[in-house]
Design a protein around this ligand. Sequence first.
Ligand SMILES: NC(=O)c1ccc[n+]([C@@H]2O[C@H](COP(=O)([O-])OP(=O)(O)OC[C@H]3O[C@@H](n4cnc5c(N)ncnc54)[C@H](OP(=O)(O)O)[C@@H]3O)[C@@H](O)[C@H]2O)c1
Length: 351
Amino acid sequence: MSPLRIWLVGFGTVGRWLARTLDAQAGRIASRYGCEPTVVGIANARDGFVYHGRGLDLRSVLAAADSGRPITGQRGARAWPSATEGIRATEADLLVEVTASPSADGEPGLTHMREALRRQIPVVTSNKWPVALHGAELAALARRQGVAFRAESTVMSGTPVLSALTEGLAGAAPTGLRGVLNATANVILSQMADGISYQDALAAAQRAGLAEPDPAADVEGHDSVAKVMILSALVFGRQLSREQVTCRGITGITVREARQAASAGGRLRHVAMLAFAGPDGTGTVTARVQPQAVPAGDPLAGTDGDTCALVFRASPVGQITITGPGAGPHLAGQGTLADIIAVARHQARNP
Ligand SMILES: NC(=O)c1ccc[n+]([C@@H]2O[C@H](COP(=O)([O-])OP(=O)(O)OC[C@H]3O[C@@H](n4cnc5c(N)ncnc54)[C@H](OP(=O)(O)O)[C@@H]3O)[C@@H](O)[C@H]2O)c1
């Protein structure tokens, strides 16, 4: 069994979850999937990039990170001041890009991904904005280079959406979708249907660790906008700009509106929608994220709390609904792990 050598770029919540899981489950992954993911490089912003060609001691790097020591001081390893320099100077079979790159330009994640793909090294990422802003370009580059580009956890985290829509429905012609794609906004709207004010519902979500101290990305809809752009690029093959997605957040919603929608058995939901006039992402696009009353019986009405859902339309299959949990570091880690195993299995079949 040949090892799959991984650069793990980004060593925060998701990166460390992956390192712990790859370390703890190495035996199970090898026996169940016939592959041996081996982390040879790890990077964060503070310390830079550390590399050992035969594999890093993950417990030692985790211990350093958890105790605030530099991750670069590993025995027998080499180090570079930045991930980009480390990627350029070393060898691997897969880039796992789990940094947090802002919506302005998707950097530094975008540069890391382009570097790898240009060298015919496949990429797996949980980093939304590089994919939202440049997903079509990255997917096309990967296709030209004959390698994988996978971003499962960028939409609904560990609930498989992108692989289901691009692989499970390969050959079908997608025509549109609607979804509840942000778990935090959905938790807040669900509470408001029970008569709790927006401010109290937000504070409760923050206490539970479901909402960030700065909740703007979730409650103003930017996170859902990114997911609509990712779905457009990777499922429909059409790159959208941010301006093409109309967005209204949930901050102005009143308890009265939420209760009114619930009184008839329906729900007020923060609904993302994407539709094209033609098949396969052609023709005029309609893309928006906005609060909307959905009637009882609509699959989106059944998503209370941190459950997310996506209703997808494609010819000739008709309508397909995917429902599942949409938030949490272990879920983002799980989506990324599934992508890593998919790449490793492919490589094991095509050495
Ligand atoms: N957490 C979730 O539930 C979740 C769910 C879905 C998707 N995601 C996405 O997954 C990604 C990772 O999330 P997270 O929660 O792990 O974020 P995080 O805890 O903030 O960790 C981000 C990591 O990226 C590193 N980083 C930033 N700039 C870098 C650079 N130039 N070179 C190398 N490393 C760099 C940071 O370094 P330092 O440690 O030195 O700061 C940190 O280790 C994000 O894009 C996030 O949006 C997260």
